[in-house]
Design a protein around this ligand. Structure first.
Ligand SMILES: C[S@@+](CC[C@H](N)C(=O)[O-])C[C@H]1O[C@@H](n2cnc3c(N)ncnc32)[C@H](O)[C@@H]1O
Length: 351
């Protein structure tokens, strides 16, 4: 018997596949919206452990997507069932402006195109591609659009969206491309960017998360463990004003040599900065618990945010089970598509 919690489409639950699923944030969002996520793919074995722990009913393929043939996934769908939705969140590093080592030789550039064989084989009603702004100008995007057109899909203009407009306490610019066989879905893409939602802030996100000192850990929450900072970094943190301050308040003797050389022209103005309680957080990356990687200091405590705080800012529920060591969990959290963003995308597209 199909569970009543799934939405029904002619008697069958709406079904989705999640390509490049990571730790499963998108899958969690789809399940919240009533989809049955029949299959998911990722080649990272630590993500696989997290994914399987949280989504034991999904057929997980721990494989390089380039080596996986679509017919391997056929048995994940009941016979004659249409695939309603395919989600493709290919790695964004090759297209990201934050990637200092971006190169046209990066073999991940064309990973997004590996979704095409699945589209050709399963002919899903709708496909959502999620990536970073920058992808829309790439050769990969041009090739992708040509292939989608050849397969008879209609598609939206790639939309640049901010997760902060989707109930996520974080400024996170993403590029969404929606392809569909259903004209109405494409028409609704114009609604994606126009909703004025109440902004969820850092204060809302960190509600009830206990204050910690550098090096301290919660006795009850394995993810709430503060990094131990050096005496010098603690001294720096003491000079950074609470609630949104930045490293420009540091006295001369505490300014890093590399920042002295770069002066005001620094490309990384946020490092060592604090988050502000009543604003959204900056974009979390895989280095989201490291002061030297961005504005990742707690608004008030003299320390970087913990994995629990990062998970809250990415809108993971506290019940989500993460596997791996500290840096592997930070990678899973930083790479995730915030669950609330995807819930609201599905809602606005009325899928
Ligand atoms: C942007 S993250 C996806 C995030 C995920 N959708 C989520 O919400 O957590 C990209 C994912 O692609 C995976 N990946 C990278 N190269 C891959 C490949 N060749 N085959 C399969 N997965 C790959 C990475 O392990 C990573 O989890």
């Amino acid at each position: 018997m199909m569970s009543a919690k799934y939405r029904h489409n002619g008697g069958l639950a709406k079904t989705a596949f999640d390509l490049f699923c990571g730790s499963g944030s998108v899958t969690a969002a789809l399940k919240t919206m009533g989809f049955r996520v029949a299959a998911a793919v990722d080649n990272n074995l630590v993500c696989a452990r997290t994914y399987r722990a949280n989504h034991p009913d999904t057929h997980f393929f721990a494989s390089d997507i380039r080596k996986l043939e679509p017919w391997h996934m056929r048995r994940s769908l009941p016979p004659n069932q249409q695939l309603d939705l395919l989600i493709v969140c290919a790695p964004c590093q090759p297209f990201s402006n934050q990637n200092r080592f971006r190169s046209s030789d990066d073999d991940r550039l064309d990973l997004v195109l590996s979704a095409v064989k699945f589209i050709q084989y399963f002919r899903p009603t709708t496909v959502i591609f999620e990536n970073v702004p920058g992808i829309e100008k790439s050769d990969s995007m041009a090739k992708l659009l040509r292939r989608l057109r050849a397969l008879g899909y209609l598609f939206s203009k790639p939309e640049k969206l901010d997760a902060a407009d989707f109930g996520v306490p974080q400024r996170r610019l993403r590029c969404l491309l929606v392809a569909s066989k259903d004209k109405k879905v494409i028409q609704r893409t114009s609604k994606l960017g126009t909703y004025a939602e109440h902004r969820v802030t850092v204060r809302d996100a960190l509600q009830g998360v206990p204050s910690l000192s550098s090096g301290e850990k919660s006795p009850t929450d394995r993810l709430h463990l503060a990094r131990e900072h050096s005496a010098l970094n603690l001294e720096r943190l003491r000079h950074i004003p609470k609630d949104g301050g930045n490293r420009h308040s540091l006295p001369e003797h505490l300014v890093l040599e590399c920042h002295k050389k770069l002066g005001a022209a620094s490309k990384f103005p946020d490092v060592y900065g604090r988050m502000a309680w009543d604003d959204v957080a900056p974009t979390l990356t895989t280095g989201c618990t490291d002061l030297t990687r961005g504005r990742y200091a707690h608004p008030e405590d003299d320390r970087a945010i913990t994995l629990r705080e990062a998970a809250r800012i990415q809108t993971f529920p506290d019940t989500y089970e993460f596997h791996g060591n500290h840096s592997q969990i930070a990678t899973q959290i930083g790479n995730a598509v915030p669950m609330n963003m995807m819930v609201n995308v599905i809602r606005r597209l009325e899928l």
